[in-house]
Design a protein around this ligand. Sequence first.
Ligand SMILES: *Cc1c(COP(=O)(O)O)cnc(C)c1O
Length: 883
Amino acid sequence: MTEASRLRPATADATLSTPASGQEHVDDTRTAMSSATIRHAFLDHVFYTQGKLPGHASGNDLYQALAHTVRDRLVQRWISTAETYQNQPSRTVAYLSAEFLMGPHLGNNLVNLGIFDEVRAAMTALDLDLDDILAHEEEPGLGNGGLGRLAACFMDSLATLEIPALGYGIRYEYGIFHQNIIDGQQVETTDTWLRHGNPWEIQRSEWAVQVRLGGHTEHYTDDRGRYRVRWVPEKTVVGVPFDSPILGYRVNTVNTLRLWRAEATEAFDFHTFNRGDYLGAVSKKVTSENLTKVLYPNDETQQGKELRLEQQYFFVACSLQDMLRLMASHGIPVTRFHEKFAVQLNDTHPAVGIAELMRLLIDDHDLAWHDAWHITRNAFAYTNHTLLPEALEQWPLELFRRILPRHLEIIYEINARFLDEVRIGFYGDESRVARLSLVNEQGGRYVRMAGLACVGSHAINGVAELHSRLMREDVLQDFYAMWPEKFTSITNGVTPRRWLALSNPRMTQLVSDAIGDGWIKDLDQLRALEPYADDAGFREQWQAVRRANKRDLAQLIRDCTGVVVNPDSMFDVMVKRIHEYKRQHLAVLHIIALYHQIKSSPNADVPPRTFLFAGKAAPGYHYAKLMIRFITSVADVVNRDPQVRDRLKVVFLPNFNVTYGQKIYPAADLSEQISLAGKEASGTGNMKFAMNGAMTIGTMDGANIELRDAIGADNFFPFGLNASEVYALRAAGYHPSSYYESSPELRAVVDLIQHGFFSKGDAAVFRPLFEGLLQHDPYMLMADFASYLQCQREVSAAYADQDRWQRMSVLSSARSGRFSSDRAIREYCERVWHVDPVPVCLLHRASGHVQGPRRGGDGASGTGGTAGNTSSSVAGGFSERCQ
Ligand SMILES: *Cc1c(COP(=O)(O)O)cnc(C)c1O
């Protein structure tokens, strides 16, 4: 009863019991945006939706009521969008992704609706704090990291650019696990994000579909003498769509994120039940529903797990059926599928969709192979996200056959025809045929999903220039030799709405006061800030904004960890999934080197730094968990030592997620982007930091290279081997121990670890770590150590000159426009999807008129298929107003 008790009962009761007093104007349109209307709507929702008197409302009640208030305003635009798409059928992007790491919806919707101030005023008038209410939202953690977050940024940009689009994915009941740090080690607990309900979704049971799994196929000749295949499945599950509205920034477009939940078929249960096996029926039901229970928490690795393949096929099969339903509702024949939909595969997780569309077209719609293949290839496009071999999906053949027997036949047929093409193009080159085959025959037999994605798509892209080049030259080189014209590169981006306007309101205000607010929709306009870098008065304000953000983060760190950090120290930040290739342990080696320096010469010039780490390790990835333990162990020693107390602080903030990211990126001075060159496909954290004015220390990897080009070599701290040097060193023979032997500084650092200095004398704890580094060091920390330390010394020197630092910081933001996901989406639209914007006019519901269902309407209104209950039309009960 915290916020609730602060509600002024008199006001609230008066508002709830009587109509608005004559003094203030309450717009009669229910979804108007004035502060007074919002306040009344909010109190209505406390009463009617949450069923509480305001004086009794809990924090969650207040959050739910505000979410519903905002949702009403979205729904109006959602229905308008559905109507527009229905009346103006156009090509639609279907973005298929096993992960959508959306982050909290409420604040973002306030930004995009443009009613943040009105809502804050409405809450203040009720003695409520908007930030407290926002903090109550449980973020939907339906992704692991960068890949899922990219999908979320893309959804925001698609809607902002008014592109008809549907995001298709899985409604995991448990998202990415909650990370606790206990005794310095990661302990996972389940993420029960749905426990208070989800006000942002609408269940659409009427569009549920059936998905078959397992069983066998039967081959026969039909009555017209044609060869046919019948799939006799072992089981059927039902996919139920849950739709969430995705509003663009200051536009009426609301696209749909459609996530599927698995349920048991009623028919199946009934059948078993009739045999008297009630509990058996219930347990089958539980088994079916397991399908969408939990997100696999592995980032950049895959293990061929049966349930995971079922998840992938399940959401793709649901989504393709849904697209066919939408086509039917528009009266478009299936032969025009590729004209209606541009289907994007976010990595290979949905790649089985290529075989599924072929199956639907051939087995269910009687198309000839040739025609089905033409349609499929022109519909699909594939984004590759990784060069790490352990992350490339391969499914054991037997597993694949057991779950998807018909799809395996189709993949064999695709493969046979494809390899014929290879043999003609590369006559006599059988080793090439083996390399390209969609079925890996070496060391167990596997289906190669990247191959399937390449063969079945008309466009293939990497996510940064370097990554695309390495993709062409390495992992996909044989496919590139086949079809160079299919390949393109589209550098990732992030949405400036969430990552600037929402997460950094102080900077947003300062920048908008200086150059207007056009940059929020057109990030290149930030370039107008460049001259301000030389304006001492502006730099001072800039520094004050950054200082205030750091104070906020310091408070968060204290609340979450108990560690007190100094906002005037340099915030040196590394937040991302914990992975060897990302090299958090290299950052720790630097900390130990500084610690050693201070301990051996107490007067050494080591400017105060706060090192902040956050990120989750995959639960089965023992080395990554050891890296977390390494960070927290070094933190324990360093933070306890009175000699370094005011100069070095090390913090591991548990449970990194989007919510924390929104507090961290705007408060960082230094962004650590230190992956081994050639390993990070793009990175997007690097972009969020740079936009918010952090300086980057980074390797020439992923999008770091383009970031440095954009913001200028003078404003970037590069170090380490580049990708070619990494290849060359490995080819020449890499001997990590030679660095240890030749560098006293490195030796001192490794020896401290080796002697158990950070593990209470127990040398065994970190043995796998230092032995790994000295013996194999696959990510070449030893080779990059000296260069990293030298570069960090330059960072310290630059930071000591605050005028210079703030100047660089302004320039970093000013020149980060290219890293908006709006730019990325424009490139996809032009080069891959060939789709155009469809602006949406706002429909207003006139009071009192609600018509029955439209004749012939199955509720499949709009390509968005949003608002299925479009029971009113423009003619009846709605008026239209283009804004
Ligand atoms: C941006 C983001 C990532 C990706 O970070 P990288 O530094 O690019 O690996 C991961 N997790 C969350 C929560 C993010 O917001």
